[in-house]
Write a new protein. Structure first.
Length: 260
């Protein structure tokens, strides 16, 4: 070893600069992923696990038959379960401003469920169970028609959710794209774009693929891919603030007050 190399080695040995700490955590494949083949009750608990801490005040404003909650422990959240059949419209909630940690929204997302006449509504015959699960079975007597009726409900319900959510509260929305009058509508994109204008940050997106194969009757020529997936969209009410800086507001579930 020559004199120059010895001198460099001595400098390295004398260097007492603190070494960078290795990141905490472990390597694992046990993660929550963005796409699943399965059912609502299988995926929904995973979304809650990732985004809604235990003890949170959760308002499921389209509770229906409670399918989402089948695999969620009853004592894990303070659940406010309402539905249009209970007389509570998701566009007009009975909660104070900023009083809820999380809102769940899953309104009818097929334009066929918004009709002026019951006889023309989707979900008749062998598909009657679909109508009873995703709709109150009543006709839509006013407002926009077809796909615009779907968006109108989502937009108004989103605005009301923004009102009752505390800052950095979470909004979980179920939706599905659709073809209406032979026109493709990317409903999840339309919802995300509008909700961002309300003050929501689109934090996460989950794709749920049906485990069975959907079919259609009286098909002459297929124009669009048949929809066999839906979305869970996760929003955070930030009102333009940095979503990573929650400040004094902390995390959901810390308010400790009655929302009613």
């Amino acid at each position: 070893m020559n004199r120059q190399h010895k001198s460099q080695l001595a400098l390295l040995e004398a260097d007492d600069t603190p070494k960078r700490k290795s990141p905490d955590g472990v390597t694992t494949s046990r993660l929550i992923f963005s796409a699943y083949v399965g059912t609502n009750e299988e995926l929904f608990p995973l979304i809650l696990e990732l985004h809604v801490p235990p003890g949170s005040v959760v308002a499921d404003v389209t509770y229906g038959k409670g399918i989402f909650w089948k695999n969620v422990p009853k004592d894990k959240y303070f659940l406010l379960a309402t539905d249009i059949e209970d007389g509570v419209d998701c566009r007009h909630l009975p909660y104070e401003d900023g009083s809820v940690d999380c809102v769940i929204l899953d309104p009818p997302y097929m334009e066929g469920l918004y009709r002026r006449s019951k006889a023309h509504m989707a979900g008749s015959g062998t598909y009657a169970a679909f109508r009873s699960t995703y709709s109150n079975g009543e006709p839509t007597t006013d407002g926009p028609k077809y796909h615009d009726a779907v968006l109108d409900l989502y937009f108004k319900a989103g605005k009301e959710a923004h009102r009752v959510l505390r800052k950095y509260g979470v909004l979980i929305v179920k939706c599905q794209d659709e073809v209406s009058a032979n026109v493709q509508h990317l409903t999840h994109v339309e919802i995300i774009t509008h909700y961002q204008s309300l003050g929501f940050y689109a934090k996460d997106l989950f794709v749920l693929v049906r485990p069975n194969r959907p079919a259609m009757s009286r098909v002459k020529k297929q124009e669009h891919a048949r929809k066999n997936h839906s979305y869970f969209l996760v929003f955070v009410k930030t009102d333009g603030a940095n979503p990573r800086r929650k400040g004094e507001h902390g995390h959901p579930g810390t308010m400790g007050r009655d929302p009613r």
